[in-house]
Design a protein around this ligand. Structure first.
Ligand code: 13P
Length: 244
């Protein structure tokens, strides 16, 4: 399947920096991968404009489970759709940790995204303590069971495996460990969704850089990458995209 290289810009950059980064990414070659950038909320409209007519898709980093209402500080899926987003990252470990998002909350948000025709990118991943305890696969399987709504596969939902201890640390699991986890995720998706689960993209995230992207992206059931730090420089992000 065609890989997806997604940039999660997290809480970085001014408006000017965001639009320049978007233009830089869009100016790159349409490599053998689909490209997606996910700016912070205040920059979505400008980045949407900067990407207009390009091959680079727009996504957001979160949405509320409700379509509208008295939810100060939150943003709804219809608002994201309206501003031009096609994807939304949900259940990132930073949101699970900083905002106490449970699997049930992530699932409700994913349902809201699906209702708007947005593609959810649902993040799962174990902590270092869980991996050391030999629980990594069970933890991820549990997160998948709790976070993915029924319509996920029909909408072409994306799963991102991001071991918490590999995010922003420069550390990555071994290639064997990434391959084993992605195979387990594939098996869980097929168990939940049947044949449709075989066609869903499973991204790896956590310290992906131009230097390690080729080896990671070549692993079985690794259908792309969710990139944090290295997505903040167009050259690095395009270097990763060029490694597929
Ligand atoms: P880094 O690429 O900075 O490790 O971040 C990964 C991530 O959290 C992407 O969502």
């Amino acid at each position: 399947m065609r890989p997806l290289i997604a940039g999660n810009w997290k809480m970085h950059g001014t408006l000017a920096e965001a639009t320049a980064l978007a233009r830089g990414v869009a100016a790159g070659p349409a490599a053998g991968a689909d490209l997606l950038v996910c700016p912070p909320f205040p920059h979505l409209a400008a980045v949407s404009e900067a990407l207009r007519g390009s091959h680079v898709a727009l996504g957001a980093q979160d949405c509320h489970a409700a379509a509208k209402g008295a939810h100060t500080g939150d943003v709804s899926a219809p608002m994201l759709k309206d501003v031009g987003a096609r994807f939304v990252i949900l259940g990132h470990s930073e949101r699970r940790a900083d905002h106490g998002e449970s699997d049930a909350v992530v699932k409700a948000k994913a349902e809201a995204a699906l209702a708007e025709g947005l593609v959810p990118v649902v993040c799962v991943g174990e902590s270092e303590a869980q991996r050391l305890a030999g629980e990594a696969e069970a933890v991820v399987a549990g997160q998948l069971a709790g976070s993915l709504p029924a319509g996920f596969a029909a909408a072409g939902g994306v799963v991102a495996y991001e071991p918490v201890w590999a995010i922003g640390t420069g550390r990555t699991p071994t290639e064997a460990d990434i391959a084993a986890m992605h195979a387990r995720i594939r098996a869980e998706l097929e168990r939940s969704f049947g044949e449709a689960g075989a066609a869903l993209r499973i991204l790896y995230g956590g310290s992906v850089k131009p230097g390690n992207a080729q080896a990671i992206l070549a692993l079985p059931h690794v259908d792309g990458a969710l990139v944090g730090g290295a997505s903040l420089k167009a050259e690095d992000f395009l270097g990763i995209a060029g490694a597929v």
